[in-house]
Design a protein around this ligand. Structure first.
Ligand SMILES: [Zn+2]
Ligand SMILES: [Zn+2]
Length: 240
């Protein structure tokens, strides 16, 4: 199995990442990838881009070096009601929205609070996927949240970067992936690259998915066409 799309990449605009969009695309092209999504942090994080970054992102070509470029955001969940830090009029113009918890944006609460916040974020019509939810700092009720993801035809991200950046994620990611397999919840495998060299780096997730014999049909970013079909169907279902 090969995954030819990376839907979580940060450019220099995130403030703590080190490559331009052009450099990210060039690396993706070198690795034979079909598509990447640029997902700089939402405006609620220290050092994140100004909102105008998202307003003007249409300037970026739809394809660079033969790689399709989707324009997205990794929005920050800012409270236990699942509010995110991006205005709707910007979200509706983006191709792809991940919602994630970061402890620099919101202090961790209880399992019940995280569960509630995730469900609220999933109910947000603009949110496509929940980001690096294996982070043990923001533990939640896996069954409740994954069922909500399925009910709303959203995606659960399995994030390669989490295995080193967010200690304890590996164990949780395995539980989450197993439950996704059981419940038939679709996933998206992402690098969360903060430098071009890491684009398309899924080694740790590949290993995990192999270990649990995860079904390929539930991995939505094996090809650009599969991912785009999913987005198209979901957007049509919400009348956009
Ligand atoms: Zn993140
Ligand atoms: Zn990220």
């Amino acid at each position: 199995m090969e995954i030819l799309v990376d839907m979580h990449c940060h450019s220099v605009a995130s403030g703590h990442a080190y490559s331009t969009i052009q450099e990210m695309a060039r690396e993706a092209s070198k690795k034979g990838m079909e598509m990447i999504a640029i997902t700089d942090h939402g405006v609620g994080m220290e050092g994140a881009p100004h909102i105008w970054h998202f307003g003007n992102i249409k300037t970026v070509p739809e394809e660079i070096d033969g790689v399709k470029i989707l324009k997205g955001v990794e929005a920050n969940i800012m409270d236990m009601n699942g509010s995110i830090d991006m205005p709707e009029e910007y979200l509706e113009k983006l191709d792809w929205v991940i919602a994630s918890f970061h402890d620099v944006c919101v202090s961790p609460g209880t399992v019940e609070q995280h569960t509630h916040a995730w469900i609220k974020a999933i109910e947000n019509p603009y949110v496509d996927a929940i980001g690096h939810s294996g982070n043990p700092v923001f533990c939640y009720d896996f069954d409740k949240v994954l069922k909500a993801v399925k009910a709303h035809n959203k995606l659960v991200e399995i994030n390669n970067h989490s295995f080193t950046a967010r200690v304890g994620s590996e164990v949780n990611c395995k539980i989450i992936a197993r439950k996704c397999k059981e419940l038939g919840v679709k996933i998206v495998v992402n690098s969360d690259a903060h430098i071009s060299f890491d684009v398309g780096k899924f080694d740790k997730v590949y290993k995990l998915l192999k270990e649990i014999d995860f079904p390929e049909e539930l991995i939505i970013n094996t090809s650009a066409q599969k991912l785009l079909n999913h987005l198209e169907l979901r957007k049509r279902s919400r009348g956009l």
